[in-house]
Design a protein around this ligand. Structure first.
Ligand SMILES: Cc1ncc(COP(=O)(O)O)c(C=O)c1O
Length: 389
């Protein structure tokens, strides 16, 4: 079955729920057991999709987990309270004092902060690497390297990483490859076919798709990694409410059509922006002019609708006039919802291994489900304000 079909059917079994199409919301803290022996065995049940205590999930959580793992072509998924929690709980579960982790310099900002603050405080040696290093990462992987982290394309700057080459170098030293696959989603990047061991996503974004919930997903093929990460998540008491899982499942059903529509619109807008005199360049791997285009074409099955544009101007006043006056592109964090967004991209500020030297102002755009003509007109007016401010 193609992924477009899977997102419609995965995690649903109407006949086990009175024929109801959507898995119902099961709310629970307490779960009752018929015998003392079964009560005593409840902790082991959390490794399988069976109820043990509300914190470990109810059938609504399991339905979402099943759908998410099936979409990724994997065997196990863990649902947590946010995308950032998926990242931090996975890394905390896998790393211990004395371990080394390699993280791309273009990583999502809060992941960077987590590595330099919490992981460092726990005695983990967190080192950043040039996201474009490719097979050269072999020189950085040590005996103590436990995790090689990838995020492709990079946050705000959209560098495409050579994930298969990085994974091969990591595996040669028995390191675990963890990937943030939020941008592409499993529809556009098949993480496990490219050597990834643990795929994390902010389900908040495209999977849920409606800007109204927070969700993190952790997916793996490996039974031992599942147990290690599940124990780690349980130790922190993190969980996601069944109501949120229900809403996420609702969003997931339309992921494929939303994503394909947004991909097309974003590419049209990116191509239009690339021709504008106010624009120095557009950072979007699906554009033939993008430095990461060849790798993107080799490994990805499509693009999403998040990219950056480098404006020639460095005038904050002119950029504010552009961004604050738009009718459709609103100022706001996050992406993956149905509405268009635009924010100044600041992720370049703290880089160490691949410093950002390009002049101009970087804006990150998220293209929603509005008509391309309306979005382009909104940007055209914005660029006119930029030029006259
Ligand atoms: C690439 C990436 N990963 C993870 C996250 C974290 O997601 P959440 O907002 O659900 O914590 C974000 C949020 O913007 C993101 O852009």
């Amino acid at each position: 079955m193609r992924p477009e079909t899977r997102v419609v059917h995965a995690g649903r079994d109407p006949q086990s729920n009175f024929g109801i199409v959507n898995p119902p919301i099961y709310r629970a803290s307490t779960i009752l057991f018929p015998t003392m022996a079964e009560f005593d065995a409840r902790h082991a049940r959390r490794y399988t999709n069976r109820t043990s205590y509300g914190m470990n999930g109810t059938p609504t959580t399991f339905a979402l987990a099943e759908a998410v793992s099936e979409l990724s072509g994997a065997r196990h998924a863990i649902m947590v309270s946010s995308g950032l929690a998926a990242i931090t709980l996975t890394l905390t579960a896998l790393l211990k004092q004395g371990d080394h982790i390699l993280v791309p310099d273009s990583v999502y900002g809060p992941t960077r902060v987590f590595c330099t603050s919490v992981l460092t405080r726990l005695g983990v040696d967190a080192k950043f690497y040039d996201p474009l290093i490719g097979p050269g990462i072999a020189d950085l992987v040590r005996e103590t390297t436990r995790v090689v982290y990838v995020e492709s394309p990079g946050s705000h700057t959209f560098e495409v990483q050579d994930v298969p080459a990085i994974a091969a170098a990591a595996h040669a030293r028995r390191a675990i490859v963890v990937m943030d696959n939020t941008w592409a989603t499993p529809l556009n990047f098949r993480a496990f076919e490219h050597g990834v061991d643990v795929e994390v996503q902010a389900g908040t974004k495209y999977l849920a798709g409606h800007s109204d919930l927070l969700l993190g997903t952790i997916v793996t093929q490996d039974d031992l990694l599942l147990r290690t990460i599940k124990d780690g998540v349980a130790a922190f008491g993190d969980c996601v409410a069944p109501d949120v899982c229900y809403e996420a499942l609702r969003g997931l059903r339309t992921l494929a059509v939303r994503l394909r529509h947004q991909e097309r619109s974003a590419l049209a807008i990116a191509s239009w922006l690339a021709q504008r005199p106010e624009v120095r360049r557009v950072l979007h791997p699906a554009l033939a002019s993008d430095p990461g285009h060849a790798l993107w074409k080799r490994d990805f099955l499509g693009a999403s609708s998040l990219f950056s544009v480098l404006l020639r101007t460095e005038s904050e006043r002119a950029v504010a006039a552009m961004v604050e006056g738009t009718r459709l592109f609103k100022i706001g964090a996050s992406f993956g919802g149905f509405e268009s967004l635009m924010i100044p991209a600041r992720a370049t500020d703290n880089r160490t291994e691949r410093p950002w030297h390009e002049s101009g102002t970087l804006l990150r755009l998220h293209v929603g489900l509005e008509a391309v003509e309306d979005l382009t007109a909104d940007l055209e007016d914005g660029l006119a304000r930029l030029a006259t401010s």
